[in-house]
Design a protein around this ligand. Structure first.
Ligand code: ACO
Length: 346
């Protein structure tokens, strides 16, 4: 089998000459202080801690305060990443925000982040819609800009306020998600072998209906009917997404390894999208990366979509788990279906 789900050489082929490249200068994350446990959910819907934790590995999620918007969370994560990078907001050349829960349909959440951070008023920015793969897509774009020399410092944020866009009457999906933000600042690599070594992004539009927000856009504009049918909220066919996720995440990790002539044993940390521990069991099985090298925080955060990888990355960095020179693989998959991976020498 070849193609993006195969993890074979053909999909690794587009890798181009990569010098001097980009590196991650600093990371940050933000999780709202309000924690809602599975036991809390038991009191308001027909579910159980046992069902949620055994099916997904989730025991709690962080939920934003009523007056918090996505850009507020993104700003806090970005401030921490800038501080860790030792970069002033005014030194940013581009702001990319991966999100499916923007403050407003227009303008971009990136503009709110620019204003909140006090970045230059001419600093470009945009939102990127690739659902749970939003951070990987953003990293891929940021890497290309830095690698090409067009921009020096790029802020990449993944942020989601999913508690406002999930259907709280659909127990099969609402229990899976949480709110949060993660960010990295990218800058030029130093030609010492460290930095972003590869990125691979993919999408399969034949799977749109398996995970989407069907109403409220130009196809089915917002209306009383959309509201009544809750079409403006996340719609998911969980089992279809589950199967695709195991295949897609595993293939993208194997592609990253092959593109860099590396074996599973060469990887120090896999920092995956946190959707379901059973999905990660499948990824472990298919890729051969041992479970102790997979960073998993889903019990605490649930699925924060595009924020999931950068939150996990920052937690691992701040916990001292990630050391200079280590090889990291990031991977994520979600609505679209869009997915991808990145391999970073820390
Ligand atoms: N509490 C209690 N029971 C529930 C709940 C709940 N919250 N939700 C569903 N059930 C019931 C169902 O009604 C069903 O009951 P039935 O057998 O009487 O009909 C039963 O549990 C089994 O339902 P399934 O959907 O078959 O459960 P499954 O084991 O497949 O797990 C899950 C469902 C967890 C959603 C799984 O399919 C999954 O994780 N899919 C991936 C989805 C995902 O992560 N999406 C996020 C975005 S994409 C991504 O991030 C990868």
């Amino acid at each position: 089998m070849t193609g993006p789900l195969s993890g074979r050489a053909e999909s690794a082929a587009p890798l181009r000459a990569r010098q001097p490249g980009s590196r991650i200068l600093g990371t940050g994350h933000y999780l709202p202080s309000n924690v809602v446990t599975n036991r809390d959910l038991e009191k308001v819907m027909d579910t159980s801690d046992e069902w949620i934790s055994s099916r997904t590995g989730i025991t709690q999620r962080h939920i934003a305060a009523p007056d918090e918007a996505s850009s507020d969370m993104a700003t806090k994560a970005a401030q921490r990443a800038l501080e860790a990078a030792g970069i002033a907001a005014t030194d940013l050349d581009l702001i990319i925000v991966g999100t499916i829960s923007p403050d407003m349909p227009m303008p971009s959440t990136a503009m709110f982040v620019q204003r909140n951070l006090g970045a230059r008023k001419d600093c470009p920015g945009f939102d990127l819609s690739a659902a749970c793969a939003g951070f990987i897509y953003g990293l891929s774009i940021a890497d290309a800009y830095v690698r090409s020399g067009i921009y020096k410092h790029v802020l990449v944020v993944g942020v989601e306020l999913l508690s406002r866009i999930v259907n709280w009457e659909d127990r099969t999906s609402c229990v899976l998600f949480g709110d949060g933000a993660g960010a990295v600042v990218l800058g030029p690599a130093k030609n010492d072998g460290r930095g972003v070594l590869s990125t691979h992004i993919y999408a399969d539009g034949s799977m749109i209906e398996s995970l989407c927000i069907p109403g409220g856009g130009s196809r089915t504009p917002f209306s009383a009917e959309v509201l009544a049918k809750k079409q403006h909220l996340v719609h998911m066919v969980g089992t279809e997404v589950f199967k695709y996720a195991v295949k897609g995440l595993s293939a993208s990790v194997l592609t990253a390894l092959e593109a860099n002539n590396m074996a599973p044993g060469d990887i120090d940390w896999l920092i995956p999208h946190q959707a379901n521990v059973r999905i990660l069991d499948g990824v472990q099985h298919r890729t051969g990366i041992p479970k102790e090298r997979i960073f998993i925080n889903i019990a605490d955060t649930a699925n924060t979509s595009s924020a999931s990888v950068p939150i996990a990355l920052d937690q691992a960095v701040r916990a001292g788990k990630i050391q200079p020179g280590q090889a990291l693989v990031f991977c994520a998959l979600g609505g679209g279906i869009a997915w991808g991976s990145a391999l970073v020498r820390w």
